[in-house]
Design a protein around this ligand. Structure first.
Ligand SMILES: *[C@@H]1O[C@H](CO)[C@@H](O)[C@H](O)[C@H]1NC(C)=O
Length: 508
């Protein structure tokens, strides 16, 4: 600003002062602080919006109602419950299981911080809504029901889940129709959840562990990609990375949950042939688990390990650290891109899922570095845990509004957030207020195309987010940016809890 120079006329000074104040105001949001406790509470509320089945008496989110009450009936199996993945009404097994694995991981790592924020009960309920469903869906040691409904017919309608008239056909995996990716991911989810419930509900924890062990055996013994068995999943949740990552991921979670050495042996023995020690990846998602499993292997204690095991675990660690360094922009070459505003950028379609999953991995690894008193050695220098924490905070603050659009991509947080989230239920009248049936196409004609905001705030949903130029268009049609998914929010539960606790202790 040039205002202080040669301003002899007093009204000019006033103008300068106003300009100065305005410029302060416009820069102010960049130094604003965020309430991570509020964002944590919202993130857990979101899972109630995605519930399928018979809603319980203590359901807090009031604009949803019972739905999918005959799921599985045609096939003679009770598949009522579980979660819708996103803005539609299909229950897809792969993303649902991944959501529960990551949510459980969040809670396992940050249980005390979540409890201090008085949100632990909600977090446990969110996990249990998923694991109760998996117990139902796993009807025989070698049978797992992995999908209800299909994207093709579901996407022809814009309907509340409470009114669904679309196909509710259920699809199963068995030894003739294997699906090692979904069976492996469900095993991982149940093993991770068993750790969360170990003290709170030991009986339930043991039950989950039994299912997890059986599912892993099924996944390993009858190998195949689930979308070859359940072809309707193709094009929606195609298992592009195959199932070898899920097998290693499940084995490592089972090792954590049981401390049974045979699962560790599995990850050691198959580390190379399954890509665990060889794949250097820069994204972690419902499809590609390598970074997550490499991180878990990297954090295993080295004591009481054979030389061979140490060598393999070291290889896992080097790949895990490649991922972490890529997120921090510290590799020579393979790094995750960033938008001009500084957000991690992987791809146009639902980019936020890669951001939020990266933040959980970064958070967990920064804790590990701190507790083992190590620094991370990237191609471009050493990184200490505080630096990783600063980066996590910058990304979370971007999500919550510290970005060029000044918009919170966590719905319901702050003064400005997406109001036309691509979500059937949220866009239309609540079943509680409007009990008359809303038809398949009626929804499109009346509610989808409408310019006005959704009728309900899908609180706690993390939308797909801005493009590579930090730009965002709030429109229901723009589903690459405005759709939210359960696996977007799940990792944030842990991240918000961690930041909330640091903020309370004045650690920033
Ligand atoms: C460890 O797991 C393997 C494979 O599931 C099983 O055969 C073995 O009995 C387990 N060992 C113990 C001590 O539980």
């Amino acid at each position: 600003m040039q205002c202080h120079k040669n301003n002899l006329i007093s009204h000019h000074k006033k103008l300068c002062l106003i300009t100065f104040l305005l410029s302060l105001l416009s820069t102010f949001p960049f130094s604003q602080t965020f309430n991570y406790g509020d964002s944590l509470s919202l993130s857990l509320l979101y899972f109630e919006a995605q519930r399928s089945g018979h809603l319980p008496y203590n359901q807090r989110l009031k604009w949803r109602h019972h739905s999918g009450l005959i799921d599985g009936l045609e096939q003679g199996v009770d598949l009522v419950g579980g979660y819708y993945d996103a803005g539609d009404n299909v229950k897809f097994g792969l993303p649902m299981a991944f959501t529960i694995t990551v949510l459980s991981w969040s809670v396992m790592e940050y249980q005390d911080q979540i409890a201090a924020a008085e949100e632990l009960q909600h977090a446990l309920e969110a996990i249990k809504w998923g694991t109760d469903y998996f117990i139902k869906a796993h009807t025989h040691p070698h049978v797992l029901w992995a999908q209800v409904g299909d994207g093709e017919t579901d996407h022809l309608c814009w309907q509340r889940p409470e009114d669904m008239t679309t196909s509710r056909q259920a699809y199963k995996l068995d030894k003739d129709n294997p699906g090692s990716d979904v069976a492996g991911e469900t095993a991982a989810a149940m093993a991770a959840a068993s750790l969360v419930f170990k003290k709170k509900n030991p009986h339930y924890s043991t039950l989950l562990l039994e299912h997890a062990q059986q599912l892993f055996e099924f996944a390993d013994k009858y190998r195949g990609r689930y979308d070859d068995s359940i072809e309707v999943a193709k094009g929606y949740y195609t298992s592009i990375s195959g199932y070898k990552d899920e097998l290693l991921w499940a084995a490592l979670w089972l090792h954590k949950a049981t401390e049974n050495r045979s699962y560790l042996n599995y990850a050691v023995k198959n580390g190379e042939s399954f890509g665990g020690t060889t794949w250097a990846v820069t994204e972690f998602s419902w499809d590609i688990k390598y970074a997550g499993l490499q991180l878990i292997a990297a954090m295993l204690p080295m004591e009481e390990k054979t030389e061979e095991e140490k060598k393999i675990l070291q290889q896992y660690r080097s790949k895990a650290e490649h991922y972490i360094c890529a997120c921090l922009n510290k590799n020579n070459g393979a790094n995750v891109k960033r938008t001009p505003g500084g957000l991690l950028y992987t791809r146009r379609w639902n980019n936020m899922q890669y951001v939020s999953s990266a933040l959980l991995l970064l958070g967990v690894y920064s804790d590990h570095l701190r507790s083992t008193n190590r620094a991370l050695s990237c191609d471009i220098g050493l990184v200490v845990s505080e630096e990783i924490l600063e980066f996590i905070k910058s990304q979370v603050d971007y999500i919550l509004g510290d970005n060029p659009m000044r918009m919170s991509y966590l719905v319901g947080y702050g003064p400005l957030y997406p109001t036309r989230v691509h979500h059937r239920g949220a866009s239309m009248p609540s079943y509680k207020d409007y009990k008359e049936f809303l038809g398949c196409m009626q929804g499109y004609h009346t509610w989808f195309v409408r310019h006005a905001p959704n009728l309900h705030v899908l609180a706690g949903a993390l939308v797909g987010g801005p493009d590579e130029k930090d730009e965002f268009r709030d429109s229901r049609r723009n589903f690459a940016q405005t759709e939210a998914c359960t696996y977007n929010t799940a990792p944030l539960v842990g991240v918000f809890a961690k930041l909330h606790s640091l903020e309370k202790n004045n650690s920033f």
